[in-house]
Design a protein around this ligand. Structure first.
Ligand code: SAM
Length: 236
């Protein structure tokens, strides 16, 4: 139904029909309009809409390759009510690349598989909308995982564990830790639920404990604080 010249984006976009709807009905694009597309190798092209039905466009100029960007995974529990929706929307604007929703020991919200599936659909919609609104070149992924200790943390260069116990001697300032790790490719940022981490969760290997200022932040504020600081330090 859709025909794309020059680039086959089927592997990159998950929902072509939705993209077409967004381009034609929401953005009200018309023939000859230009826009940017990103292929799965993170090459960015200028493109021009050449036909509306079926939606067809041609790419005509490579403008950028997205590289050397720090990949940020937010590892967080589900939060109450609308707070999680708010957090993922803002975190997407602030540059998060992936969300892993873990089962916290002190979790307030617990969902069965069916409810999780419904939530994921809603979360993906929020993330897609925030990506488009903020003109991101990639859309973050989101998935449910098990308990914190089941996540393979060795795949990240650094795991920044936001620990709220301000008297905890092993916590460093965030800026200090990031400045020591400027040459990394992938970082995880790990947050506790409304009730904080259990002691067991703080005992994992691979953690770099960081404190976020001298105040206790709400669970939905903490990731946004951390992503803002990282973005400010990594923006050239
Ligand atoms: N139960 C905790 C208390 O009252 O002390 C508060 C937990 S806080 C609402 C939720 C999460 O945000 C924490 O588990 C932590 O990951 C993060 N957080 C909040 N303030 C922080 C701070 N000042 N430093 C590091 N992490 C913080």
């Amino acid at each position: 139904y859709f025909s794309f010249e020059a680039l086959n984006l089927n592997e990159y976009y998950t929902d072509l029909e939705k993209d077409a709807h967004h381009m034609l009905n929401v953005m009200r694009m018309s023939l000859g309009d230009t826009f940017r597309v990103v292929d799965k190798n993170k090459n960015v092209f200028k493109a021009e809409l050449t036909n509306i039905s079926p939606l067809t466009y041609k790419t005509f100029e490579k403008v950028e390759v997205i590289d050397n960007q720090l990949h940020k995974t937010v590892i967080c529990p589900l939060l109450k009510g609308e707070k999680f929706d708010f957090m993922i929307q803002k975190a997407t604007e602030l540059g998060a690349d992936a969300f892993l929703i873990y089962e916290a020991e002190h979790a307030v919200v617990k969902l069965d598989d069916k409810k999780r599936k419904n939530r994921l659909t809603r979360f993906e919609k929020i993330i897609q909308g925030a990506s488009e609104q903020s003109k991101r070149l990639s859309v973050p992924t989101i998935e449910f995982v098990g308990k914190l200790n089941t996540i393979d943390l060795t795949r990240f260069d650094v795991n920044l564990f936001a620990y709220e116990d301000l008297s905890f001697k092993k916590s460093e300032s965030l800026i200090e830790t990031l400045n020591k790790n400027k040459k990394i490719d992938a970082v995880s940022i790990i947050f506790g639920p409304e009730g904080g981490f259990s002691e067991k969760e703080t005992k994992l290997d691979e953690l770099s404990f960081v404190k976020l200022g001298e105040r206790i932040l709400r669970a939905e504020t903490a990731p946004l604080y951390m992503l803002s600081v990282i973005d400010a330090l990594w923006t050239k």
